[in-house]
Design a protein around this ligand. Structure first.
Ligand code: GUN
Length: 305
């Protein structure tokens, strides 16, 4: 079987235009949705990613404020930055790019973000509510984007066996919870595999939908894919390639050409999940601005998430 491409760029553009329309409606009430992005240090891949987020915000009529403290910033100073964004009425969403340098306490920083502005969905209040099936909890952008990609492609997930490879707090763990929900676009039977899973191929071959998020180049080979599976590759890895001027190329966690021979649908890297993550982040930010705007009109503080 030659797989069809799950076109993340096209579907993300659709979502971004929906977000832009909601931002236009909000602008009539004098509210411009604002996203504060904190990027500590100078990791080049993170800077590229954050620039893409900022540009996408501006194109959709949101404003983005980038704060880029040096890699040696102390914990207290970083917490102060989060406090300022929490208190800023022009900021409706806050994102602290992870991972942070090792001397910083990621958990404390994440928990400092006001849950009502936690558009990354990493605060324990939002994670807990999401796990309990609260539809108002902010969902982390990458797994929410994967679900939306599957849903808008018309793939039926109800009762399907979804195999997720990876258990990170950013993707694998929330992905499993999202796919378990009693929601259209979910209702799946979920298996989570990870670095300690024995005979990974035997597990991945059960996946009618296979979602791979481990950050290891091409760890999933063609023979690990079930015939007719929907394959979602969340990985974006730089591998050296001296034949290219920039010295590297991007590959996913899935060996694309091999997997495409067996899959029914497959995401490319780049152009699959990456654009969806950005689109969902914008969508969470505009949702937050709508809620905060409604609360301001009603004269109350917004509820978490
Ligand atoms: N690092 C990799 N993906 C993400 C993300 O979605 N949000 C944040 N804050 N950091 C990340």
């Amino acid at each position: 079987m030659a797989a069809q491409i799950l076109d993340g760029r096209r579907i993300a553009a659709e979502i971004r235009s929906e977000v832009a329309e909601r931002a236009r409606v909000l602008s009539r009430t004098g509210v411009r949705p604002g996203l504060g992005v904190v990027l500590v240090g100078d990791d080049p891949a993170s800077h590229v990613y954050v620039r893409m987020k900022t540009r996408a915000c501006e194109e959709a009529g949101l404003h983005a404020r980038d704060i880029t403290p040096p890699a040696d910033i102390g914990q207290a100073d970083l917490l102060s930055i989060v406090d300022e964004l929490n208190a800023d009425p022009e900021i409706h969403g806050i994102l602290v790019q992870l991972p942070l340098p090792r001397h910083l306490d990621e958990r404390e920083v994440t928990e400092r973000i006001d849950p009502s502005k936690d558009v990354d969905g990493f605060h324990p209040v939002n994670q807990g509510r999401m796990a309990q099936g609260d539809p108002h909890a902010f969902r982390p952008a990458t797994p929410a984007g994967v679900q939306e990609l599957i849903r808008r492609t018309g793939v039926d997930t109800s009762g399907a066996h979804v195999v997720i490879v990876g258990r990170s707090n950013i993707v694998g763990m929330p992905m499993s919870q999202i796919m378990l929900q009693k929601d259209p676009g979910a209702n799946a039977t979920v298996t989570v595999a990870h670095s300690r899973t024995r005979d990974l191929g035997a597990v991945t071959r059960q996946g009618e939908i296979l979602i791979v998020a481990v950050g290891r180049p091409e760890i999933v080979r063609g023979d690990m894919v079930r015939e007719g599976a929907v394959v979602i590759d969340v990985g974006v890895n730089r591998v050296e390639d001296p034949s290219l001027e920039r010295g590297y190329r991007l590959v996913g966690d899935v060996a694309f050409d091999e997997a495409a021979e067996r899959a029914s649908w497959i995401t490319p890297v780049p152009g699959g999940v990456g654009p969806m993550t950005i689109a969902m982040l914008l969508r969470n930010t505009v949702t937050s601005a709508e809620r905060i705007g409604r609360m301001a009109t009603a004269g109350a503080a917004p509820a978490a998430g």
